[in-house]
Design a protein around this ligand. Structure first.
Ligand code: FAD
Length: 394
């Protein structure tokens, strides 16, 4: 049996951050993870460049049943704090849109920084160690893996959510929570592409790869102004991934295909300058031509000369293009989702220390708990913030 003050299940973003923080405080720390390499999700994140934080991260960018829960951790360890850490390690990075920061070189740089911090803090990391069970005893917790058993005073569960089972996602965090009487909220794949019903799929067959700058709104009124992308299975792109966290089965999403202008204004302008030209050709100046052709082919829009379009037809066009309704068939699920909605109920956890209120010495951080960030570096920021808050408390 191996003894440590602190055992952490999960060598992902949250677990490594908590490990280094607790190690620097003089706690002996062992991290166990079933993967071959630490930080596997970090490595594939942001297209291999890891969108490691968002400069504007604030509690409003997170979905959680308790909207105040993330406040304390995010304010005590903010995006600026993580930026200071990567600056100290000399990371080269760049700003993309909307406050998103990405590595210039590779996501491996972020894993290297975390591993260096863990080494400096004297943390032990046991990879290829799948946790099979967790038991409470007189001196704390016993964590059993296939080949070893670990005894600790404080146990941190940083085992993530259910997305990407190929990368070691497992429900261990939820199982341990339930074992100790903590409520686990229903989970759902989020930040995930939509699949379409067959009739819509046929309609947009051949459009795969086309991207349109839009404004997408869910039935609860949440709106994101970003691109959508047609895929072989349905719709993706940042606007769709964002809205997927707010979409529920059976609901529609409304897509404004021309968020920067109004079709009324465009047609008035075209009447002046291009009255003889076809609607198809003029719409193709503001939207992808193949998309317009698909709408005309399906008879969703009829083509005619601009100066022959009636006012009723303009009203219809306005409704169609500014309030394009799509009812997804579903999502691509945990296989391709970036995050898991739901998880360990935050009512069960201290927002200051991340300790379970009903189980002294047991902590939950990162994606395993019911805090889900928007797309754009927010999820890693919560992993860093919750990791630090917990690492300071154990
Ligand atoms: P994880 O990083 O999932 O770590 C959990 C660890 O626990 C894993 O290493 C796993 O092997 C281990 N584990 C699980 N069960 C067991 C067990 N039974 N025994 C032992 N070990 C176990 N977020 C962003 O902010 N920016 C991005 O650019 C971004 N891109 C992403 C791209 C993709 C494709 C995906 C899937 C996600 C992306 N995310 C991004 C989300 C982000 O990766 C997660 O929110 C974040 O990794 C959560 O960190 P975590 O430490 O809580 O969990």
């Amino acid at each position: 049996m191996i003894f440590s003050d602190v055992v952490i299940i999960g060598a992902g973003a949250a677990g490594l951050m908590a490990a280094a923080t607790a190690g620097y405080r003089g706690r002996s720390v062992t991290v166990v993870d079933m993967g071959k390499k630490p930080g596997r999700k970090i490595l594939i994140s942001g297209g291999g460049r890891c969108n490691f934080t968002n400069e504007n991260a604030s509690p409003e960018n997170y979905l959680c049943q308790n909207p105040h829960f993330a406040k304390s951790a995010l304010s005590r360890y903010s995006a600026q704090d993580f930026i200071e850490l990567v600056d100290r390690h000399g990371l080269n990075y760049h700003h993309k849109t909307l406050g998103q920061l990405f590595c210039d070189n590779s996501a491996q740089d972020i894993v290297d920084i975390l591993m260096t911090e863990c080494e400096w803090a004297g943390v032990d990391i046991a990879m290829r160690s799948e946790v099979i069970s967790v038991n409470k005893n007189d001196t704390g917790y016993e964590v059993v893996t296939a080949g070893e058993s670990y005894q600790c005073e404080s146990l941190i569960i940083a085992s993530g959510g259910l997305t990407m089972p190929k990368l070691g996602a497992s429900p261990i965090g939820y199982k341990v929570a339930e074992q100790f009487g903590l409520k686990v909220l229903p989970t759902m794949a989020a930040l995930v592409p939509f699949t379409l019903h067959d009739h819509d799929k046929q309609k947009f067959d051949g459009l795969s790869g086309i991207s349109i700058a839009t404004e997408v709104t869910s039935e609860d009124g949440t709106t994101f102004k970003e691109n959508i992308l047609f895929t072989h299975r349905g719709l993706s792109g940042p606007a769709i991934l964002q809205i997927s966290s707010f979409w529920r089965s059976g609901q529609a999403v409304t897509i404004n295909l021309l968020p920067e202008t109004s079709i009324d204004a465009l047609i008035s302008e075209w009447r002046e300058t291009s009255g003889q030209k076809s609607l198809k050709n003029m719409l193709a100046t503001v939207l992808p031509k193949r998309f317009i052709e698909a709408l005309i082919k399906q008879k969703d829009i009829s083509d005619k000369a601009i100066n022959q379009i009636s006012n009723d037809e303009i009203t219809y066009l306005g409704q169609y293009l500014h309030q394009w309704q799509i009812k997804p068939n579903g999502t691509e699920g945990y296989r391709t989702a970036e995050v898991t909605l739901g998880g360990v109920d935050t009512d069960e956890i201290s927002s200051k220390t991340f300790e379970a209120k009903k189980a002294k010495g047991l902590y939950f951080i990162g994606e395993a708990i019911d805090v889900t960030g928007w797309l754009g570096g927010y999820n890693f920021q919560f992993a860093w913030s919750s990791g630090v808050a917990c690492g300071q408390a154990v």
